[in-house]
Write a protein that binds this ligand. Structure first.
Ligand SMILES: [Zn+2]
Length: 349
């Protein structure tokens, strides 16, 4: 790896897990770690579970859940070895998703659009180290900025991937975009999922993530028999909704180019009918939402109409991750549109 990179951009490795970190809030990690760190913690079964946390610095649930899980096993030892990647401690220090001079830590993994950035070299390094340990499975823990149920995301529909997703939630989202995410990079190596644990800091999200980590660490092997169809609700991300660069937004009725309804994020994971209003155009009413296909080969469909300045859905869809957080909207997107699929990936509606 490039030795000119500063510590904060290089992968650091640690055997074991220092117990003083069990008490450490994410904002203080930078004082104790030289940079992004991969911990190898021995357990009874050698093939490790790979877990990544804090790829987004303000999404603290993963770190809280890992600390709680490790604390429970300090005397008896982990049932399975754990490879723990603690990611963006610089962003965690400031309690932000990503610092302005960084590339998003969950858009930088192999397959990324930003392959020449230092963050991409870092993630390539992480994948190589993890792959060398022949991991059992991979879990990347996140939070949302809007109201969402807890759900798992996956990039393959093979049985063990579905099983790993179902172990967290009966709702599972299959996605191919955005590129450069951890679970897509790990998918060729082992069953891999991203889990979304609701709003950062929520006690319920932490408890759910702890329960999930314990279940995954205790799993001896993935079952041979297929998961029954009725056990999992599969959705596919078909479109990514973005607000055009520089456009103004509001959620409280004040004038802006996009005046979204105040309860926008409450629409997440509900089946919306054509004609459902997301808000109104304001200002000169000339701007339009950007709708990118959620997978290669998908048509860039017109999901929205703007008659009389009202932003309405033109077809049935199920939104996810709709957010009222302006920073998240600018850094990432307004949200996603999904459709139900079966386990072969075929649309159900
Ligand atoms: Zn995230």
């Amino acid at each position: 790896m490039d030795l000119d990179l500063p510590d904060r951009l290089q992968l650091h490795k640690s055997e074991g897990f220092p117990t003083h970190l069990l008490e450490m809030p994410p904002q203080d990690l930078w004082r104790h770690l030289p940079g992004p760190t991969l911990f190898h913690i021995d357990g009874h079964r050698a093939s490790p579970l790979f877990v990544s946390v804090l790829l987004h610095g303000n999404e603290s649930t993963g770190w809280s859940a890992v600390r709680a899980t490790l604390a429970r096993y300090t005397t008896r030892g982990l049932p399975r070895s754990l490879l723990l990647f603690v990611g963006n401690i610089e962003a965690a220090r400031r309690n932000v998703r990503t610092l302005p001079d960084q590339t998003d830590y969950n858009r930088s993994w192999p397959g990324t659009l930003y392959g020449s950035m230092p963050e991409a070299l870092l993630m390539t390094d992480v994948v190589a180290c993890v792959a060398a340990h022949k991991p059992f499975a991979s879990i990347d823990i996140h939070n949302n900025t809007g109201w969402n149920p807890h759900y798992a995301c996956l990039n393959r529909l093979d049985e063990p991937y579905l099983y790993l997703a179902r172990l967290f939630s009966r709702t599972a989202v299959y996605f191919e975009r955005p590129l450069g995410v951890q679970s897509a990079a790990m998918a060729p190596i082992c069953p891999a999922v991203t889990v979304e644990c609701g709003l950062a800091g929520g006690a319920e999200g932490i408890a759910h993530a702890v329960e999930y980590l314990e279940a995954a660490l205790s799993l001896d092997h993935f079952p041979e028999h297929p998961l029954p169809d009725g056990d999992i609700d599969l959705l596919q991300t078909r479109a990514i909704i973005k607000v055009p660069d520089g456009a103004t937004v509001s959620f409280d009725g004040t004038d802006a180019e996009f005046r979204f309804r105040p309860d926008l994020d409450r629409l997440n994971f509900s089946e919306l009918e054509p004609g459902t209003a997301l808000g109104r155009l304001g200002g000169s009413a000339s701007r339009r939402l950007v709708v990118d296909p959620g997978a290669p080969g998908l048509p860039s469909s017109d999901y929205f109409s703007y008659d009389n300045g009202e932003i309405r859905l033109t077809r049935r869809a199920i939104p996810s991750m709709l957010t009222k957080d302006e920073r998240a909207i600018r850094l990432d997107c307004l949200g996603y549109l999904m459709h139900r699929i079966d386990r072969s990936g075929t649309l159900k509606d």
